[in-house]
Design a protein around this ligand. Structure first.
Ligand code: SF4
Length: 558
């Protein structure tokens, strides 16, 4: 049956015969839902099996945690997995991207967007030995390496394990890389370092069977309330550190405000819930909310299986009540607290590009270096050099950002010149134009089979074009996504570009403008398109020129 299940499309992607066959197989296997056997096999969290979409049937036929032996099977044959195996292996971090790019793309999992220098060097060795000689920083502060041959997959896994790295749960219906403000722990104005809480929730998710086969992908962020944000507005759950003053009906101090349902690709940002918890409660609060999602999200229609649609259908108030009930059920020992945001003390200004350059840290003895990458691309030599700088001049600590850039913290002030020289030797630096610092691009057509445009290449050319024409005194973010799936979150860029095909059949982009995040929160509005990619540079130069001519003061695109 494996591999035959995705050929014919009915409402749930299966013929009645296939559904009957699956029902029979499930019954014989005595397959139970991952709630520990409370749900009869014919239902998955209340959804009858015959109503499930095909991906849900696949996951309950074989849980993604039980697919590892299939990896041995495909590796031994040096073949890309097919059918259900291909879908399920994405939960372990392996993505078939053929024909756009050969072999697998492997995406790591770096909770809190943090890794060690020696781990960066280990990834360089993997990309050199088994991959294309480079890796990419993703828009969730993660790393991915392409062009891994099927025969090398298990060797790559061995190398990752040896380095203390993993790619578990980085794709498909997983809670994706949990993000934190990249300056967590050394931002002079942060309210609290939430990286430990991020790692703890990530560990819980990886080790909880219910959470390894979610109804759909899920994004969670932890923002430290400092000057560099975690770009929370596009996350399903956003914990935002806030300081509460003496006039509040709770003890003054630091709390985490909870935002829900952000999904910028569906033109929706996180909703203010009016609820907070303490930083130490975020792990179990996150777990409870994930379980409500697991038990109630739509499992019949993939397009409506995100948290936003559960909130739309049942309401924010219902979700909060269900979360409170879940917290009681799991004996968490606390409830979420209602607290109007008017009690939050003002946050320091968020500067989207302030992490680029050399900056003082909270301990005053050290500085951190923010390095802008070209659309997140890192060669192996660059990775080795970054790892060495972090080990020799820092504390073996590297941060990746959702802006696809890199920070090296804990550099002693007297060593900055040497660090700059070492960076320069591999084509990196601590200065960048506003265009380069704020440009992000998804994988695009070069290595994603859904891509309609070569985002990274077009983005690089666009940045060069704009740098030659304008000098900006304000941050500007240009987000390029290769298709409407919005992996680079085009709707929250000052300028968002979405890959498309023109009526003449050319590669092009739809242009949206005026999106933003944090203090400048907003969803971009359609401007024009699709613009043929050959005209993209001139059209965007006109947009930027027009903005600069007409803005008042430091007015943004919003
Ligand atoms: Fe691929 Fe589309 Fe996501 Fe870009 S936005 S990585 S093209 S799925």
């Amino acid at each position: 049956m494996r591999g035959d299940l995705v050929t014919e499309q009915t409402d749930n992607g299966f013929t009645q015969d296939q559904i009957a066959c699956l029902m029979s197989a499930l019954t014989k296997l005595d397959l139970t839902a991952p709630s520990g056997g409370k749900t009869p096999a014919e239902h998955v969290y209340g959804t009858p099996l015959e109503d499930l979409c095909k991906e849900e049937i696949a996951k309950y036929k074989l849980h993604p945690l039980d697919i590892w032996d299939r990896l041995e099977h495909w590796t031994a044959r040096n073949e890309i997995a097919t059918g259900l195996d291909q879908f399920l292996l994405r939960h372990l971090g392996f993505f078939n991207v053929e024909p756009a790019s050969r072999g697998y793309m492997i995406r790591l999992r770096l909770p809190a967007c943090q890794m060690r220098g020696d781990q960066m060097q280990a990834v360089a060795e993997i990309a050199d030995t088994y991959g294309p000689g480079h890796a990419h920083v993703t828009t969730r502060g993660n790393l991915q390496v392409r062009e891994i041959a099927p025969k090398d997959v298990l060797k790559v896994m061995d190398a990752l394990t040896e380095a203390g790295l993993s790619c578990q749960g980085s794709g498909a219906d997983s809670a994706r890389n949990l993000t934190t403000s990249p300056t967590a722990g050394f931002d002079p104005v942060e309210l609290i370092n939430l990286a430990p809480h991020t790692r703890r929730l990530s560990n819980l998710i990886l080790n909880k069977r219910d959470l390894r086969a979610l109804p759909r992908k899920f994004n969670i962020s932890f923002d430290n309330g400092g000057s560099i944000s975690a770009l929370s507005d596009s996350n399903d759950i956003a914990f935002q550190a806030v300081k509460v003053g003496n006039d509040a009906p709770v003890d003054p101090g630091i709390y985490c405000r909870i935002g829900l349902g952000g999904i910028s690709g569906h033109r929706d940002l996180t909703r203010e819930t009016g609820m907070v918890c303490t930083p130490d409660q975020t792990v179990m609060a996150g777990f409870a909310m994930l379980m409500v999602f697991v038990e109630h999200a739509d499992r019949t229609n993939r397009k409506r299986a995100r948290l936003k649609y559960l909130l739309d259908a049942k309401g924010l108030e219902w979700f909060i009540e269900a979360t409170q009930a879940k917290l009681a059920e799991i004996d968490a020992g606390f409830q979420l607290t209602a607290l109007n945001p008017t009690h939050d003390l003002p946050r320091p200004p968020v500067d989207r590009h302030a992490h680029i350059g050399v900056h003082p840290q909270s301990d005053a003895r050290c500085e951190y270096a923010g390095i802008a990458l070209e659309m997140g691309r890192l060669s192996c030599d660059q990775m080795r050099s970054l790892g060495r700088i972090a080990m020799v001049h820092g504390r073996n600590d590297i941060r990746l950002t959702v802006w696809q850039n890199v920070l090296i913290p804990h550099l002693k002030a007297g060593q900055i010149d040497q660090v700059k020289q070492d960076l320069h030797a591999v084509g990196l630096g601590t200065s960048a134009t506003a265009f380069a610092a704020g440009a992000v691009a998804c994988t695009g057509k070069t290595a994603c089979k859904l891509g309609l445009a070569h985002t990274k290449e077009d983005g690089t050319a666009l940045v060069r074009h704009l740098e030659n024409r304008f000098t900006l005194d304000t941050p500007i973010n240009i987000h390029l996504t290769g298709c409407p799936n919005s992996c680079a979150q085009h709707y929250i860029g000052d300028i968002g570009l979405v890959g498309a095909t023109t009526t003449e059949g050319e590669t092009g982009y739809h242009v949206v403008v005026g999106g933003g995040s944090d203090h400048d929160k907003g969803i971009g509005r359609a401007l024009c398109g699709p613009v043929p990619h050959t005209q993209l540079n001139d059209v965007i130069a006109q947009v930027v020129g027009s903005y600069l001519d007409r803005r008042e003061g430091q007015e943004t695109f919003l």
